[in-house]
Design a protein around this ligand. Structure first.
Ligand SMILES: Cc1cc2nc3c(=O)[nH]c(=O)nc-3n(C[C@H](O)[C@H](O)[C@H](O)COP(=O)(O)OP(=O)(O)OC[C@H]3O[C@@H](n4cnc5c(N)ncnc54)[C@H](O)[C@@H]3O)c2cc1C
Length: 486
């Protein structure tokens, strides 16, 4: 039966859900508060430079294939994918970096050259990681988190001990070299928690990294947003931008519509892909499922201080993706999770899309994106942003052995206050709620409201969690539930 469905927000999860719901025959409209769609994955264009504002790592290509495959399409029908080779590099000191190749055999050789015996260890670790990937990403994450029983399968029963140990311990058992430990702890950072708080089972992220590779959609991640917009429109979805949803209307315990820019729009079903905490603030208090106390006790993924920089020359000694792990990870992590404050010496990540993609910058110039993960909710001022830019760009010059400050044409920044203003993000988090053991699957905020009929939620605070591939999956899961209960 066709229903009129109003979707709040146009992030990846909302776009994915809109496609599935329209395919099922519903009348679907997306309402996005911002001028452009894509949520955290919007694009910044300036003086011939093009930057992804949010995600830059295209991982788990199989999840994208599965999404487009559900509509008898392929990613290549909409955008061109480039496998990055090398995948990325990790800096530990001045011109002291490890390059991660685009294939496992070469990565094993690199490991062996750094620590004798680590090649064999990596092979074993990756075989476990692949088996976890097959269980988690091909099956478990496609379960809606309605019940703990969803997690009990023959395969997970064999791996139950991996839910009670953590990635950090596991990696340290096998590898002694500090560089290798840091490289192997990096992928789970995408899940938003410390490696020491992330179950060993999540080593499937290591398979995503070394096993499946790092990809770049031509013209950036925003190409994926445009692809999904095109598909959604082909399926009949309507998209309204500059459409700020101010309230979700409830009549007799049922969602009946939304208030958009002061005007009521009726709907049979309301689905919110905006941050969960904000979505519930659009309801009268008695209809909210989770209290302020609930949210304040959750482990949120970090926020970020980001810079989008135009350089008037090509830079040396950097790859498309470069990680700067030259300072103590534990001290930085403590400033994010245990004792929220600005980290004294931050780790940072830099991306130079123009290394691979000629469209990212004018000829002879370089587009640079710099990201420092920080605690959500900490003070954000222009002075702090400047102080931290100076810190990292000075270190960047030293580590990569070149002068770059004088070549900056412009820089734009994005931080806690922007996450709140642009996306109504709780405490300005960047990647939603972390995937710790107690915030996994059925323990995450629910896709279906327990208090209001015909009201649903999707996105990185729900199942399966943070990241673009999980957002696509979340959109599918919530659409399946809507179809099941409508
Ligand atoms: C800096 C950064 C880097 C990242 N890097 C990566 C990466 O490399 N790889 C990766 O896979 N993932 C990455 N991620 C995570 C990934 O981008 C997110 O998990 C994903 O995009 C979230 O999608 P979503 O649909 O859950 O939410 P969002 O993208 O946040 O979408 C929510 C939408 O709701 C809208 N909205 C909010 N309130 C209202 C309202 N009242 N009315 C109307 N609309 C409203 C917002 O404007 C927004 O458009 C990164 C995220 C950030 C921020």
């Amino acid at each position: 039966m066709s229903k009129k469905i109003a979707i709040i927000g146009s992030g990846f999860s909302s776009l994915a859900a809109s496609c599935y719901l329209a395919k099922a025959g519903n009348e679907v409209t997306i309402y996005e508060k911002n001028e452009t769609i894509g949520g955290r994955a919007r694009q910044l264009k300036k003086e011939g430079f093009v930057f992804d504002i949010g995600p830059t790592w295209y991982w788990m290509p199989d999840v994208f294939e599965r999404f487009f495959g559900d509509f008898n399409k392929k990613p290549s029908d909409y955008f061109e994918l480039i496998k990055l080779s090398p995948a990325y590099q990790v800096y530990f000191n001045t011109l002291d970096f490890v390059t991660i190749a685009d294939n496992l055999p070469q990565i094993i050789t690199t490991f062996e050259s750094i620590e004798k015996g680590s090649g064999k260890q990596l092979e074993q670790f990756m075989s476990e990681a692949k088996s976890n990937y097959d269980i988690a990403i091909k099956d478990l994450v496609y379960r809606p988190g309605e019940s703990p029983l969803e997690l009990i399968t023959f395969e997970t029963a064999q791996k139950v001990n991996q839910f009670f140990s953590n990635i950090s311990k596991d990696v340290r058992k096998r590898f002694k070299n500090k560089k290798l430990v840091q490289i192997l702890e990096f992928p789970v950072l995408f899940l938003g928690a410390k490696p020491s708080d992330t179950p060993s089972f999540y080593s499937f992220m290591n398979f995503a990294d070394f096993g499946l590779g790092t990809w770049h959609p031509k013209n950036g991640m925003y190409s994926v947003v445009l692809a999904m917009e095109k598909l959604a429109k082909e399926l009949g979805v309507k998209i309204e931008t500059n459409a700020n949803v101010e309230k979700i209307d409830i009549t007799n315990g049922k969602a009946t519509g939304i208030l958009v820019n002061n005007k009521i729009t009726l709907a049979d079903i309301v689905l919110s892909g905006a941050d969960y905490h904000h979505s519930e603030s659009l309801l009268d208090e008695n209809y909210r499922q989770y209290s302020e106390n609930y949210w304040s006790k959750k482990t949120f993924a970090p926020s970020s201080l980001l810079f989008y920089v135009g350089f008037d020359k090509k830079l040396n000694n950097v790859e498309h993706h470069s990680l700067f792990f030259d300072v103590d990870f534990d001290i930085h992590a403590e400033a994010i999770y245990d004792n929220p404050k600005w980290p004294k010496d931050p780790l940072f990540y830099a991306s130079f899309p123009s290394k691979t993609d000629a469209n990212a910058a004018p000829e002879g110039k370089e587009a640079g994106i710099f990201l420092i993960p920080i605690a959500p909710g900490i003070e954000d001022t222009t002075a702090l942003r400047e102080e931290y830019f100076e810190k990292i760009i000075t270190r960047f010059e030293k580590l990569t052995n070149q002068e770059v400050k004088k070549s900056i044409i412009f820089k734009e920044s994005f931080c806690v206050n922007d996450f709140i203003k642009e996306y109504n993000s709780y405490k300005g988090n960047a990647y939603g709620m972390a995937n710790t053991l107690l915030q996994t699957a059925f323990l995450r905020p629910k896709l279906k409201s327990k208090k209001v009929k015909n009201l649903y939620f999707t996105g990185q605070l729900t199942v399966p969690g943070p990241g673009v591939p999980p957002a696509l999956i979340s959109g599918k899961l919530v659409s399946d539930l809507i179809e099941k209960y409508k």
